[in-house]
Design a protein around this ligand. Sequence first.
Ligand SMILES: [Zn+2]
Length: 266
Amino acid sequence: MKRRFFRIFLFLLLSLSGNTIEAQDADRAITPLTWDGTLRRIHVPILMYHYVGEIPANADDMRINLTVETAAFRAQMQYLRDNRYTTISLYDLYAALMRGASLPPNPVVLTFDDGYLGHYTTVFPILQERGFTGTFFIITARADANNPEHLNWQQIREMSDANMDMESHTKDHVELDAQDYDSIVYQVLGSLESLRYYTGREAYFFGFPVGRYNENTLNVMQTLPVWAAVTTQPGTLQTTDRLLEMPRVRISHDTSIAAFARLLSP
Ligand SMILES: [Zn+2]
């Protein structure tokens, strides 16, 4: 009897000591929602950014095209604010698709690919100033290697603690249509596990590097704890039956505010 009591005491003690991580997870679902059977199609633009910041002197055309300069990014965020858009997370969008959870008027998801340093130095403060949230697709081996052009784990943790969603973009940015089963599992599951370990939060979303995948990739993904994945296919219509192939809206160096406004509309 005494022994049993001790065990219960020990259990309570252990549960309490695990509280920091549980408290952070408390506001987000940690099990996949069961689909209620309703096929839904919702217009939600998922904006896709790569580099945000100033253009280095030695930049080639590709680097320039992938960069939204700071002033342009600020103007775009101001446009969202002025036109009463609300930034939501992929967790919000997922709940809306699966269970019909309500979304705020004019929802938009901001996504940032590749975990560039500018996402911490430029994007993060601009989003925080406005109370916006963003989803960052991290190439986790770049963080493991302390690659100076990419976010390190400390920065990733800080952003995660500030309610930014840090999600998977594989470990090594490999194109998944060219990988076998073991490699896909290693790249996807391995990066999700690193994110969970370093942020203390769950991660269930994925971005396909270079937008590459095929039937085989999707079959393997279905066996992994990935709730939804974003692609580089253009579009704003999110549907229950294509959770692993969510379309996005590419924002490039030359996207004017007029074009930005057009891209957001259905
Ligand atoms: Zn990428």
